[in-house]
Design a protein around this ligand. Structure first.
Ligand SMILES: NC(=O)c1ccc[n+]([C@@H]2O[C@H](COP(=O)([O-])OP(=O)(O)OC[C@H]3O[C@@H](n4cnc5c(N)ncnc54)[C@H](OP(=O)(O)O)[C@@H]3O)[C@@H](O)[C@H]2O)c1
Length: 227
């Protein structure tokens, strides 16, 4: 099978890339850098999702697309600017829309599956999360709308993680005190690992996930559902 991981060079996307390769699949990674994956046997497409994504037109057939670029821009609501909201929307949502529209013919041909990323902060209200929650809320709506529109050929699902140890979360886990406070907030008393999120993404795009569409799956140490 042939999978495209947009943002497959770091964090959760890199873990998806590694797990797909281990399972014997062909993997294309699209990102702005490839330093952390240049030892891996992938096809690399140098691409900024905020700019032109037409390089993704070249694929004839794809069995899956995982879209990983995203942000954690945490600020009090009154300090969030119009640009903050627009920038978060462009990276989290419009980038995904552009990539899906560009790859759709190839995904339809490959009876493909799409995985997008939301956040626990959509189901669970959290202070300072207004901008990211607004964008990721849009991702959850997009997931269900596309799952309906593209069925039965293309499945569409999303994963909503809580804090996961990746480059994106570096500033939130930059010292022991911050890490311990984050661990303590979760019912399972730790933060997530990139591999734990990636294994669900890989399941969703693979044939084993073949009867799942329109779902937003929380992988969050219990944060969204458990007191
Ligand atoms: N980590 C968390 O705690 C957490 C929590 C909730 C939700 N999420 C969501 O989960 C998803 C994955 O998060 P992560 O923590 O793995 O993020 P990450 O560590 O920042 O990795 C993001 C990936 O996307 C690529 N990327 C970023 N901007 C890009 C752009 N403009 N054009 C092309 N590629 C771009 C990065 O590669 P380059 O820099 O090489 O381009 C990298 O490969 C995100 O949507 C995030 O919002 C994460």
């Amino acid at each position: 099978m042939k999978y495209l991981v947009v943002g497959g060079s770091k964090g959760i996307g890199k873990a998806c890339t590694e797990q797909l390769l281990e399972a014997g699949h062909e993997v294309i990674v699209a990102a702005r850098t490839n330093n952390a994956i240049n030892h891996l046997p992938v096809e690399f497409v140098d691409l900024d999702v905020l700019a032109d994504v037409s390089a993704l037109e070249d694929f004839d057939e794809l069995n899956g697309l995982i879209y990983c670029p995203g942000s954690i821009n945490l600020r009090p609501f009154n300090r969030l600017t119009e640009d903050d909201f627009k920038n978060d929307f462009n990276l989290n949502v419009y980038g995904a829309i552009k990539c899906i529209q560009t790859c759709l013919p190839a995904l339809k041909k490959g009876t493909g599956s799409i995985v997008l990323f939301s956040t626990v902060a959509v189901q669970q209200g959290m202070a300072f999360h207004a901008s990211v929650a607004a964008s990721k809320g849009a991702i959850e709506g997009l997931t269900r709308a596309l799952a309906s529109e593209l069925a039965p050929n293309v499945r569409v699902n999303a994963i909503a993680p809580s804090l996961t140890d990746t480059p994106l979360a570096e500033a939130l886990l930059s010292n022991e005190k911050k890490r311990e406070a984050s661990e303590e907030r979760h019912p399972l008393k730790r933060v997530g690992k990139a591999d734990e999120i990636a294994s669900m993404a890989v399941h969703l795009v693979s044939e084993n996930g073949g009867w799942i569409t329109g779902q937003v799956i929380g992988i969050d140490g219990g944060m969204s559902r458990v007191r």
